[in-house]
Write a protein that binds this ligand. Structure first.
Ligand code: NOJ
Length: 717
């Protein structure tokens, strides 16, 4: 067995520095001659390519194995390459986007989806996934909210752990079907001002610790191997060069000794950010902040040697970074077998297997959130159905970050419904494009709808409208689609809207017109089948929102765990002027965090507390009886919230502290009991200490963050 320290000693300074580089595969597959041509202006030399530490996004076992083979042949010391890629919600079998997985409130399913994504990517030769993305998100204008599980620090932390367990398994070294996880984007990328991608982030350290950091920390506590920096500033300093963030907090305080990678080009972006005059200064700042590997730019490779020779950068920093990279390679077993799980044969067997498709269908069906239903769903047998809208026959249902997913392998809505309904679908029409409509398309839609008893209207955003660099200032559906609804509404037929999208939308113009509204996000490869399962009632919808749907973009950011202000709006003072309110819209979102309907109904009764005085060392038990009061079996997500009535710093009106997903048969009652301890009541005080305050609290139990009943208790210390 090679000892990594011995190996490090054998490396020249150049070899060490090039080890800190990540390149895309085209660099490695170029003819060597080309490096003197087009690639030369990027400052990438043949020597760098032959010694780079990692490759981003290679395609398939054949290519990764060929690249590894060629690389190893050139490697003086036999150091294998690390292959990394963005396996965010599936590799070839695409699961719903992460915001949708979040809506399942099902940690086991989240873990399972990650395990399948890991397996499918591992057999193609990938070793590391750039996931989970756990940025807390409160602004639906930001296109990347679909990569997160939402606006709550506790829920995001639970999902962060579940995803890490799924990707890495229990024994990353021994289980070749797993990949190392890389939590991102450290830190607080989700708070980009105005929801504009890559924009400034500005918040207090207290807020950072209270809301934004817990999910990254949770991923690391679960053993996540890597961290990726964020593009944004944190207190005025770009994360990628932020010493306080990476050295003091991540490394010293949290004890993280794994590999830290910059985001794509983020080292070089310190120049336009305005904190580095040139590439050399950017490289110096990044290495000093503790960034081990530079993604896609070559400032380390071009400048670190001269910086060391000039005495500006201590070679110890480079050694530390190289060692972390070598150790990850060692942990993954690459020195023994540089191909790891890569195998063309297994690829054929594993990718898009029946088992994986079935899992994707299950996760998708459970991620859908029923936002409105006036007895239009489930569809009844014998109903004649018109399927209309730009998503009726669209393969664009995989969502952003589905690089290796194939639209032609995705089950479109029409195909999913037709497999079950056949002749009951009497007409299909597109009605409009995503962002435009012709008079002819609109007329065709009206003609199609006229033949039917019920209209299934498939609307939404294209996947290009969210994801990275997918910010929108107006989060309504495009006017063409609102016009389409406007044309269909006068027919007086029930309209079931099926909504595909990557963010909470302002649903005005849709929700009032619809008789039922099913949010299906970007549902992935099995989308059409999963939607059919739910529309036909084989699966009772059980998804719940993990991000508030605003009344209007003018309220944004609007999130459930906000503060009260000194002049809170109440039913009693609503007509007064000098209260915290809008003159032209409510303060509350259209649909709150935790919200979602079912084909059955649930009632809550008998909320009881084991005590109304909680001693710091004891446990408070909060119980509630939940009954299925309808006629269908269904799953309910029982949610527990707490409010600290008077803290040293202001406290959120509600904070999620627990949840339970229950299956209840019609008429069945189950008692749910949550445990609350002093530890869960701690928060970051003005001195940044995590502690609780003795005094009054409220505990809330209910179906969502708005509709929850409360009981008081007192914490005694
Ligand atoms: C940029 C994105 O911000 C990041 O999430 C991703 O992992 C990298 N590109 C690599 O593709």
């Amino acid at each position: 067995m090679t000892n990594m320290n011995t190996l490090l000693e054998q490396m020249t300074l150049e070899e060490k520095i090039f080890q800190l580089m990540q390149l895309t595969p085209n660099f490695l597959s170029e003819d060597d001659a080309n490096l003197t041509g087009p690639l030369a202006w990027m400052g990438v030399t043949e020597n760098m390519v032959n010694n780079a530490g990692s490759v981003l996004s290679a395609v398939g076992a054949k290519e990764t194995m060929a690249l590894q083979k060629k690389y190893m042949e050139n490697s003086r010391l036999g150091i294998p390459l690390l292959f990394m890629a963005d396996i965010i919600h599936g590799y070839r079998t695409i699961f719903p986007v992460t915001l949708a997985i979040g809506s399942t409130w099902d940690l086991e399913l989240a873990e399972k989806s990650a395990a399948i994504a890991a397996k499918e990517s591992a057999v193609t030769g990938i070793h590391v996934t750039f996931a989970p993305m756990v940025d807390l998100v409160r602004d639906p204008r930001w296109g990347r909210v679909m990569e997160s599980t939402g606006e709550d620090p506790y829920l995001n932390s639970e999902y962060a752990r579940a995803f890490v367990r799924g990707f890495q398994g229990e024994d990353l070294a021994g289980d070749l079907d797993r990949v190392a996880a890389c939590v991102k984007h450290f830190a607080a990328y989700g708070a980009a001002e105005g929801g504009r991608d890559y924009n400034t982030v500005n918040m207090s350290e207290r807020q950072l610790r209270e809301s934004y950091l817990p999910a990254y920390k949770a991923a690391l506590d679960e053993g996540c191997e890597m961290v990726m920096t964020a593009f944004n500033t944190v207190d005025g300093i770009p994360a990628t060069g932020n010493k306080w963030l990476m050295r003091n907090l991540l490394r010293d305080e949290w004890g993280f000794d794994g590999m830290l990678i910059s985001d794509w080009g983020a080292v070089g972006e310190m120049i336009p950010h305005g904190v580095a005059a040139d590439g050399a200064e950017a490289a110096q700042k990044a290495i000093e902040a503790g960034v081990d590997m530079e993604m896609m730019t070559s400032h380390y490779a071009n400048h670190l040697k001269e910086l060391v020779e000039a005495g500006k950068v201590d070679v110890k920093l480079i050694d530390e970074s190289v060692l972390r990279i070598l150790k990850l390679k060692e942990k993954l077993g690459l020195f023994e077998n540089p191909y790891r799980a890569a195998s063309e044969e297994r690829e054929k067997e594993v990718l898009l297997s029946g088992e994986h498709r079935a899992a994707a269908r299950e996760v998708a069906a459970k991620s859908f959130v029923l936002l409105k239903n006036e007895q239009a769903l489930p569809l009844r047998s014998g109903q004649k159905l018109a399927l209309i809208g730009p998503f009726a026959e669209s393969g664009d249902i995989l969502g952003p970050w589905s690089i290796w997913g194939k639209q032609e392998e995705a089950v479109q809505l029409h195909a999913g419904l037709a497999a079950r309904l056949g002749a009951d679908i009497v007409a299909v029409a597109k009605g409009c494009e995503i962002e435009s409509a012709t008079e002819e398309q609109l007329r065709e839609a009206v003609a199609a709808a006229s033949e039917a008893d019920v209209i299934v209207l498939a609307l939404g955003e294209s996947s290009e409208m969210s994801g990275e660099a997918g910010s929108r200032g107006d989060i309504r559906l495009p006017q063409a689609q609102l016009d389409l609804i406007g044309r269909l509404k006068p027919l007086g037929k029930p309209i079931v809207v099926v909504l595909f999208n990557g963010r909470p939308l302002d649903l005005h113009g849709v929700i009032e017109e619809a008789d039922a509204l099913l949010e299906v996000w970007f549902p992935g490869t099995e989308g059409g089948n999963a939607i059919a399962d739910v529309l036909l009632g084989d699966v009772n919808p059980s998804g719940r929102l993990t991000m508030s749907f605003p009344y209007s973009v003018g309220q944004v950011p609007v999130y459930y765990n906000n503060y009260n202000t000194g002049r809170p709006l109440t039913p009693q003072n609503a007509s007064e002027r000098y209260v915290s309110k809008y003159l032209d819209m409510p303060n509350t979102p259209l649909l709150p965090f935790g919200y979602g309907l079912s084909y059955t109904t649930f009632s809550y009764s008998g909320i009881s507390l084991s005590t109304d005085v909680l001693n710091a060392e004891d446990t408070l038990h909060v119980s509630v009886d939940v009954t299925n009061t309808g006629t269908a079996a269904g799953e309910e997500v029982v949610q527990l919230y707490v409010r600290d009535m008077a803290g040293e710093v202001v406290r959120p009106l509600k904070e999620l502290k627990g949840f339970r997903k229950l299956l209840l048969q019609p008429g069945e009652t189950k008692t749910v009991t949550f445990a609350v301890t002093e530890e869960q009541l701690r928060y970051y005080h003005a001195d940044l200490q995590l502690k609780s305050d003795a005094g009054e609290f409220q505990v809330f139990v209910g179906a969502n963050s708005r509709d929850a009943e409360s009981k008081p208790f007192r914490l005694v210390k």
